[in-house]
Design a protein around this ligand. Structure first.
Ligand code: ZN
Length: 244
């Protein structure tokens, strides 16, 4: 089966639509690794579009904050402003949908976690050491872990027992996931942070088992205009075009 893997949409409809258009016909199922909400101006339309594809979904830390499951004190001032706006704006269908999701679930042979397997809401898996510290959670039943949260596309592969090695994405090139343990991150749809402002996603094929990173440009100014109209912090508006 071919699966579209996406994460961290962050209410950016233009980016989400661009990913769907670019990957059209390439997948049969959608898996979403959490953080539908926060930062962006389109929480309800993004929620509707997500639900329309009947995906396997997780919730993320921003989703939890909007739902009142996490203290707003753990967010910086600008992120908090948009979380509060989203709390006032969110429709009932999107709220109920997110309420029904967890930040971690298994889909053997995959383990899905928003942030990390051991701390599904908070931990940033950005380096080999943190990736290795999470290996304990990858069992024989679920040797491949998919995460989001960092907004940085990356693939960690276990070398010798207990050691992880990060590979930067080579776009459009399938990597075979076999005979080892892996932690893979598709990057962020709605707020990339790796210096590349294009929306990020991945395609996973289970037969044979391959993982492929992708990027697609989207009309950033469209999202920025909608953010400005809602009075969002200028720093959040500006960062989209730099990809940080
Ligand atoms: Zn996020």
């Amino acid at each position: 089966m071919r699966i579209l893997i996406i994460s961290d949409i962050h209410a950016n409809l233009a980016a989400f639509e661009a990913v769907l258009k670019a990957s059209q016909g390439e997948w049969e199922q959608m898996w979403f690794l959490g953080d539908l909400l926060g930062y962006g101006p389109d929480p309800n339309t993004c929620g509707e579009l997500l639900r329309a594809h009947n995906p396997v979904s997780l919730t993320g830390n921003h989703d939890w904050a909007v739902l009142g499951k996490l203290s707003l004190n753990s967010f910086n001032f600008q992120a908090r402003q948009v979380i509060e706006w989203t709390q006032d704006t969110l429709d009932e269908a999107t709220r109920a949908y997110l309420e029904a999701q967890e930040p971690k679930r298994t889909q053997p042979p995959f383990l899905l976690a928003h942030a990390s397997p051991r701390q599904p809401i908070w931990e940033y898996v950005l380096d080999n050491g943190t990736a290795a510290a999470n290996l304990q959670q990858l069992t024989a039943e679920t040797p491949i872990c998919l995460v989001g949260h960092t907004h940085v596309p990356i693939l960690f592969t276990e070398l010798d027992a207990g050691e992880m090695m990060a590979s930067r994405p080579v776009y459009g090139e399938p990597v075979t996931l076999e005979g080892s343990r892996y932690i893979a991150n598709p990057g962020s749809v709605g707020q990339p942070r790796d210096g590349d402002p294009r929306a990020a996603y991945a395609l996973l094929d289970t037969e044979p088992m391959t993982w492929e990173h992708h990027r697609v440009a989207y009309p950033i100014s469209q999202t920025q205009q909608r953010m400005r109209r809602q009075g969002f912090p200028e720093r959040l508006i500006a960062r989209l075009e730099y990809g940080w």
